[in-house]
Structures are given as C-alpha cells and as structure tokens.
Design a protein around this ligand. Structure first.
Ligand code: Q46
Length: 337
C-alpha cells in the first residue's frame, strides 16, 4: 500500500476517501482538514486568541498540537473535575503537554474553586455524574473565557462524537439538541462566547493515529463514569455500519449539516437572564419554539432550521420553565445548601 501523495510506504488507510498516506502526508492531510473546517465555518482567525478546552485526552491535545503548528494563538483550559486518579492523571497529561510546548494552560480546579468535585456535586444534587459534569464544564468554559477576555472556545469533538450525538438526538427526536448541533455556535448574547469544534471532519481513529505519529502523550483510560454511557453504544453501532459501508459516519453528519439552512442568530433577546450570573436562562431551540408557539407556528418548524448557540446552562432540566436562576446557579445552590 503506497501513499497517495508521495508514493512512499503508507501507514494509514482511509477507507471513506479511498486513500492511504505515509506519516508525513497524513499529518498534512489532518492539518488541511482542520484548516478547511476553520475556514468553511468561519470559526476564528489568526489574530484571535483561542481558548481550548483540554481534558488530557487524545482529541483535545491533538487539536492543541494542530492549532499550534498551524500558527494560531491558543491557551488551554483544563477543568480538574476531582474524579480521583482519573482527574489526577488527566491534569498531569495536560500540564506536561503545555510545559513541553511552552503553551499557556489555565487550570480550573473544581474541588478548590467550588468546594466539591463532580462526585460530590452529583451526590448532593441527586443527578447522574455526567449530567452534572456536562453542565459544570459548559458553564466553566464559557465563564472563564468571558473573565479572561477570550472570544472563542474550541473543543476536541471529532466526527465520531458528532455522528454518535446526532444518532442519539434523532433516535429520541431531541429537537432542542438537534437545533444546537453544529460545529459553530455563535456568541448571540453578551454573556456567551462563540463555541467551535475544529475536528468535526476527522474520525476518532485518525486523531488517534495523528497523536501516535506526533508522539502526543495523552490519557488512555476512560473516565470511570463513562462505563455504559449511551454515546458509547451509539459509537459502537456506527462503527459496525462504517465497517460495512465506509463513509457512513461522514455522510450522516455532514449531510445533516448541509441539509439545514445556514445558522441564524440565537434567540435570546427578551428572555430572562439569571439574576445571579447574568446569563440567559433560556436559549436556542427553547427560545425559538417559545417564539414560534407565541406566533402560532409549529414548534417542529425550527427543528432543523438553524444552528443557535448552546447556552452553557441550558439543558433538558430547564424544561422550558421560567426561573430567576440559570441551571448552573440552581445546581450550585443545592451543592452549597
Ligand atoms: S468526564 Fe464528566 Fe465525561 Fe466523566 S463524568 Fe461523565 S461527562 S464520563 S466526557
């Protein structure tokens, strides 16, 4: 098997593109896919400083490496979740990567900052750990970006993540989540920063191969709470489909993005903001459906129409109910009760 570009010995085959690459040309291919994602979706420019959410896993560290090599200005943000050995090892990987590249890393240590890590927050609020974790991470990324003056937050979600999430959202017809599924969520409120996913064109195995070829040390162990996660089941199903029909994940997700109209501004004007932190308590699909219902339109009309910004605290638990506090501030009330 030869590299399609230089005819040297190929090290990786990419079935969905009917091609194969040597390590040097594969690295070039990965960089081009990220450049294309950034340009096509107008994610950011080289004059902006990007805050990168860094877990210590392969995706976020590979993304950091790629953005540094492509000449973007970046800083990493690691949220220490306080999940025992897993968090200690994850943080060590993020810190080692930053040290070795001379890059700036901001660490947000939940047990120190909030007096509770994810296990304690989940226990005190009687929520599944991943539900509490997702809410706290989304809020923290946004809040720290605002405080430190970043205009954009990047995460390492790849094609497999997005295809699996889309499958879950379609299977359960989660309209609000379908609304929010996009590689770019604009900053549509003064308290929200733009969120981007520059790896959405690359498969998980390609990121793993890139990390190995570029000697990136990442945490291999999964979070102990990931066991049995639905997303892993959806990934498994998609992997089986992909084996039989290469390109399934790519077509599924990229066609979904193409078939809906271009993203519109988020609907946040006129909606209540949290009396404690000032962020909107409703956003995106919930807001648009409310507006559509108020004007007599079908709520389904907006299901795939646009890509509003994800609000850091918006989640199913809001259920459309009005509250003077956002989801995160309500969670913290219960943690500190
Ligand atoms: S870190 Fe957090 Fe994941 Fe662990 S507690 Fe669940 S959501 S599984 S990406």
């Amino acid at each position: 098997m030869k590299c399609r570009v230089c005819q040297a010995k190929a090290m990786i085959k990419i079935e969905r593109h009917h091609t194969a690459f040597c390590p040097i040309c594969f690295t070039d291919y990965v960089h081009k896919q990220v450049e294309r994602a950034v340009a096509d979706e107008r994610m950011f420019t080289r004059s902006e400083e990007i805050l990168l959410a860094v877990s210590g896993g392969k995706d976020s560290l590979a993304l950091w490496e790629i953005l540094i090599k492509l000449g973007y200005k970046t800083a990493g943000l690691h949220v220490d979740l306080g999940i025992g050995d897993y968090s200690r090892a994850s943080r060590a990987k993020a810190e080692r990567f930053a040290d070795s590249r001379g890059a700036r890393l901001i660490v947000h240590d939940l047990p120190n900052e909030l007096g509770a890590g994810i296990p304690q927050i989940a226990e005190k609020t009687d929520r599944p750990p991943c539900s509490a974790c997702g809410l706290v991470k989304r809020y923290s990324f946004n809040q720290i970006a605002l405080e430190k003056g970043f205009s954009v937050v990047a995460t390492g979600h790849n094609l497999d993540d997005e295809a699996a999430r889309l499958l879950g959202n379609v299977l359960h017809w989660q309209e609000e989540y379908l609304d929010k599924q996009s590689p770019v969520l604009p900053a549509a409120h003064e308290k929200l920063v733009k969120k981007v996913k520059p790896l959405y064109r690359l498969a998980e195995r390609e990121i793993a191969a890139y990390s190995i070829m570029n000697r990136i040390e990442y945490i291999v162990e999964e979070c102990p709470n990931a066991t049995g996660a639905k997303l892993l089941v959806y990934k498994d199903v998609l992997n089986r489909l992909e084996e039989n029909a290469p390109g399934t994940k790519h077509n599924f997700y990229l066609t979904f993005l193409r078939r809906r109209s271009a993203g519109s501004a988020e609907f946040t004007e006129g909606f209540p903001t949290c009396q404690r932190c000032g962020q909107p308590t409703q956003a995106g699909g919930a807001a648009r459906r409310k507006a559509a219902n108020d004007s007599g339109e079908s709520a389904l009309a907006g299901a795939t129409a646009s890509a509003p910004a994800a609000h850091p605290s918006s989640s199913q638990e809001n259920g459309g109910a009005r509250s003077p506090l956002c989801g995160y501030c309500r969670l913290m009330e219960r943690v500190h009760a």
